[in-house]
Write a protein that binds this ligand. Structure first.
Ligand SMILES: Cc1cc2nc3c(=O)[nH]c(=O)nc-3n(C[C@H](O)[C@H](O)[C@H](O)COP(=O)(O)OP(=O)(O)OC[C@H]3O[C@@H](n4cnc5c(N)ncnc54)[C@H](O)[C@@H]3O)c2cc1C
Length: 363
């Protein structure tokens, strides 16, 4: 396969008939996550723009029939499955073996998978096993003149790159949240089971459980419409010369509860616990947005008590509409980082917003 592609590069007359495989794992309830539907949508769009290409789906999980049926009306011509209790949990050895087997059975030349934490750690290893290549953090896949290209961001989302590859199979991890999820209908899908012989070594790692914050303590909500960012100003002395931490906590948690927004933070605020200062206990470094934090994707963002410096706002690259509330009219937000800046006291604004949300909720 690699040789053929090498020849194609030189003669320019040979065009690969790509087989695009969408690789997905099922969730605990047997269904497909939104990120898997995003990968499917990107793959179906690619398939439509590549003459002669085939679209197939590969699923792994305890049982994949529910997931396959849920997308039965998509453009895929074949469904492959690796099933059984061994494949219900995320585990490198079993996931990599299953993915490798499906790629071979499907004779896939392009493999598109959602870059969930489960697939992200497996894809490069599978590419190595198959003599292919893997690209991660992909935010777009397209084809022109029979040539596939992907785009992704570099240097903490400051530069966007477009790249193509001749090497096959090409494994592509699509960043969740970067695509429109497919809305193809359900039906009955025929799944061709791929048998996988697991060695004892592959089962050596046992998943004994998952530790995660309680549902009401989970403030990071990737699917939320709004990102609500808190900055160090919430813990600073206010006009009366005093700090107002309990009030800040009440206002922020009240807003999150009513809006179901995802909570982000500036680095200065999450760093304070390490400095022994008074802190907001529900914030951790996982909430940090920016150069050394996360780059979340939400339709809207509202920043409060945050200065909007470049190392922070670079993490707002994928936020659609940006608004900020800061006392400082010369803050970074005012210098082109926000669409709307409210020069106001965030304590007063959020108290009023919470009041309005509560009233709207009661209506
Ligand atoms: C290598 C490097 C990497 C970094 N990475 C990151 C990163 O990933 N993420 C990040 O966030 N930062 C990062 N930083 C730090 C960044 O440069 C800023 O120092 C940080 O973002 C400032 O946080 P802040 O705006 O919350 O705090 P401050 O700069 O202290 O700003 C607080 C703001 O709150 C306002 N304020 C106070 N009270 C109120 C009120 N009642 N109502 C409204 N506004 C009020 C003030 O006017 C002020 O503008 C990095 C820095 C470096 C050097």
């Amino acid at each position: 396969m690699d040789q053929e592609i090498g020849t194609a590069k030189h003669t320019k007359t040979f065009q690969i008939m790509e087989t695009i495989l969408v690789l997905a794992h099922t969730e605990n309830n047997g269904a497909l996550a939104k990120s898997a539907r995003e990968a499917l949508h990107a793959s179906a769009t690619l398939h439509k723009s590549l003459a002669g290409s085939k679209l197939v789906v590969g699923l792994i999980g305890d049982n994949v029939q529910i997931a396959a049926n849920s997308i039965a009306a998509c453009l895929a011509t074949k469904y492959f499955g690796v099933t059984g209790a061994d494949f219900s949990q995320s585990r490198y050895a079993t996931d990599a073996t299953a993915a490798e087997a499906i790629c071979k059975a499907a004779q896939a030349t392009v493999v598109v998978a959602p870059a969930t934490s489960r697939w992200a750690r497996v894809l490069p290893g599978v590419a190595a096993r198959l003599g292919g290549r893997a690209d991660t953090h992909v935010t777009g896949v397209a084809a022109a003149d029979g040539k596939i290209s992907v785009n992704r961001w570099y240097y903490r989302q400051r530069m966007e790159g477009l790249l193509t590859r001749t090497q096959r199979p090409w494994l592509i991890g699509i960043d969740p949240g970067s695509q429109t999820p497919c809305d193809c209908g359900a039906g009955t899908a025929m799944v061709e089971m791929v048998l996988v012989n697991l060695t004892d070594a592959a089962r050596r790692t046992t998943v004994v459980g998952i530790r995660e914050p309680k549902a009401d303590a989970q403030t990071i909500r990737p699917d939320a419409q709004l990102l609500f960012v808190t900055g160090a100003g919430w813990t600073k002395k206010q006009a009366d010369g005093q700090t107002h931490l309990p009030e800040a906590e009440k206002l922020i948690l009240g807003f999150l509860k009513q809006s179901r927004a995802s909570l982000g933070s500036s680095k200065s605020l999450v760093d304070q616990s390490g400095e022994g200062q008074a802190v907001l206990p529900f914030l951790s470094h996982l909430n940090q947005v920016g150069q050394t934090g996360a780059t979340p994707r939400h339709a809207k963002g509202l920043s409060t008590c945050c200065h909007g410096e470049e190392p922070h706002t670079v993490g707002w690259r994928f936020i659609g509409e940006r608004r900020a509330i800061s006392l400082d009219p010369n803050c970074g937000w005012a210098r082109g980082k926000a669409d709307v800046l409210y020069v106001a006291d965030a304590f007063a604004v959020i108290a009023k917003v919470n009041e309005l949300l509560a009233a709207a909720g009661m209506a």
